[in-house]
Structures are given as structure tokens and as C-alpha cells.
Design a protein. Sequence first.
Length: 432
Amino acid sequence: MEVRLSRSPHIPSYYAATANPAPACPVLEGAREADICVVGAGIAGLSTALSLAERGYRVVVLEAERIGWGASGRSGGQIINGYACDLGRLEAQLGRDDARRLWDMSVEAVELVARNVERYHIDCDFQWGLLHAALKPRQRRYLLAWQERMAHHYGYPHLRLVEGEELARLIASRRYLAALHDPGSGHLHPLNYTLGLGHAALAAGVEIFEGSRVLRLEHGARPLVHTERGQVRGAYIALCANAYLPRRLAPRLWRRIMPVGTYVATTEPLGEERARALLPSNAAVSDLNFVLDYFRRTHDHRLLFGGLVSYSTLPPLNLEQRLRAHMVRVFPQLEDVRMEFGWGGLVDITLNRAPDFGRLADNVFYLQGFSGHGMALANLAGKVLAEAIAGQAERLDLFARLHHRPFPGGRWLRTPALVLAMLYYRLRDLLP
């Protein structure tokens, strides 16, 4: 009897319910030859494939599920410059000059998203503007220090502190003391953006196969990737599956990342007037707690609200109601509003929250460890990996100099160890 493979639909979410038409991609059957085989059809994999195809390379992408099935199609949609770790950590490892180069690349990452939206005509509700919001005096002091440091040491003078009546005109909430406005960050519909990259990659000649989970990787002069019903041999392999990378493909990489559950919900439609009143500038908002709340308006006048983190990857009980409680704490005026969609997914974090890009072998590359900043950074990562394959590895080698350690605890104890460690940071959020 023939084995028929079925790929999973995108998980039920607001994004899936409002998605643009997806590319039609077959399951891999038989053998393929390529210059590069990319594993994973999220933003990192598609950006790698698109960049290489536009340089004239033959590229095959293998996706276990659907384009944008993972974090690239489920996130809060915030497009943020910088990294999940403090820049001081990058300076300590690389020195200030190279840390500044990494910062500049993170700004380039956001600009690359905007260029992609325009160049490939991606309909994804892209919007500039983001507010980093302080709930406590110590967080306000942090914002002031951050603003000064970015202007004087990193050449980024665009951050502006807002508070008092001006802040009230931007966020209709009394919860925040101050916020740092960043006009160089923004937000979008992540699934539609990722589907748009998929269409662009196909138009550039990339072959994308969905429902084609990679089961085995054979290293060698021309590595061979196996799926259940086919195989691809390429001069280079790019592993871009991140939190969904199978442990058996690269145990050394698996030990350096941890999958973390993160969750989002959206309200029922509020109507244009009521939605605009919450966030008149249409900037996205993210607070400064370790377990943070983040929110933004959608194009159809809902509030999208994210928060809650599961380091055990077990989804919280009563997800929509718990996020609704967080939302009402920020916006009491939404007490009468119900949540219509709630969902979650996994992101990959590193122990130091710095990105982990590099090589497993001369012809096997990888991108992982975006630690919640992948919506922008994954675009730049794909471009940098493509440069390295094309012979310009300086920027990839800079990322590869960052030191990464495995999570402690081994295969069975690392998740419980992380859960216990994160309790400390959760308690810190309670301090004034």
C-alpha cells in the first residue's frame, strides 16, 4: 500500500484566518540535485533561499509542514532592531567596534523587511513605530540610559522618551510611566509576510517542497538529505529549522538551543474608532518585564495581545482568558471585550540570548537562536548566510565568533533546570 503523506494545516489562529493565498508546493518525491538544500521554510530559510536564487544558484527548500508553519507565521509580528541579549554582552565578547557592527546589521534587518515588502509587493499590513514601555521607576531609568547609549555609542539617535500627557496620547493606559519611541522598528502580519517571501522565492526559481520532513543528513563532499519519499544532494546544506530542528540531525546544535512556548490572542473586532483610541499612533508596544506583555492593533481593528511564556513548552491552561486578564490590566476599558483567537508556538533561545549562526562543516551551515527577535533578524541572517556561500563570509564569521554553551542538565534535566532558573527572573518582575 502506498504511504500518503499529509502536511499539517497552519495552526488555528488569527493569522491563519486572515492569510493570503499560500503557494502550492508539492511533497518531495524521488531524488533532486541542487547547489544548496535549505531545511526549513520559515523566514530564515526562505531569506537564505531567495538571496541565493537571485545570485543564480539552484536551491531546494525542504519543509516538514507548511511555509510559515512555525514561529515565522505565529509571532506577535513585531519587527524590532537589536538582539535579545544586552549589547554589553556582545561588547564583552567582541569589543565595542564589532558589537557596533552587529547593531548596525540589526538595523539593516528591519530595513530589509521594509524593502522586501515593497520589492515583492507583500500584502502584510506593515507599519512603522514601536514603544518600549516602562512600568516602574527603575525601568524608566533603564530607558534613559539606553537612549543615551544608543545615541552616543551606537550612532542611533532616533529613540525618544515620552511620558506624561504625550504618553497618554500614544497609549490609552495608566499602567506605564514612560516609553521609548523607536520609529525604526514596527509590526506586520507575520504569516502573510512569510507567505510573501515564499511566493518571491518560487518566482526566483527556488523549488519548495512541503510535507517533506528531513529524517537524515549524510555529511560528505556533497551532503545528502533524506526525507521519507525523496532525497536531495547539494554542494551546501543550510539548517534553518530553529526550534523545530530534529535533535538527530545536529545534536551539537540541539544542545545549544531551548524551545520556549510563547502565546498570543486577539480580541473580537472593536470597530475603527475604539481601536484607534487605544493606540492612536498605531505603534506596537512592548513592556520591559522579563515575562513581558506586548500588543498592537490589527488592520481590521482588533487588539492583538501577547504574553505568557512556558519554559516547559506546556501551553497554559485557559490561554485566552489568561491573556485577556493581562489585557484588561493594561486597558480596563476593554472589560466587556472577548477574545476571539488564541494560539501559541515555540521560539528557540540560546543560553546567553545571542544569535547562534555558523558552520557544522565547510559545506553545512546553520541559523538558530533568534531568541524572540527572528521576525527581523532572520531576514538578515539568510542574507548573511547566502553571502558566505557565495564566498563573502566576513559577516557570518563575525556572528560565529560569539561563544555559545550548551544548556546545563543534559537531555533530561535541562528543561527542569531552566524552569527553576526562570523563577528568579519572574520574581524580579515583581520588584519596584
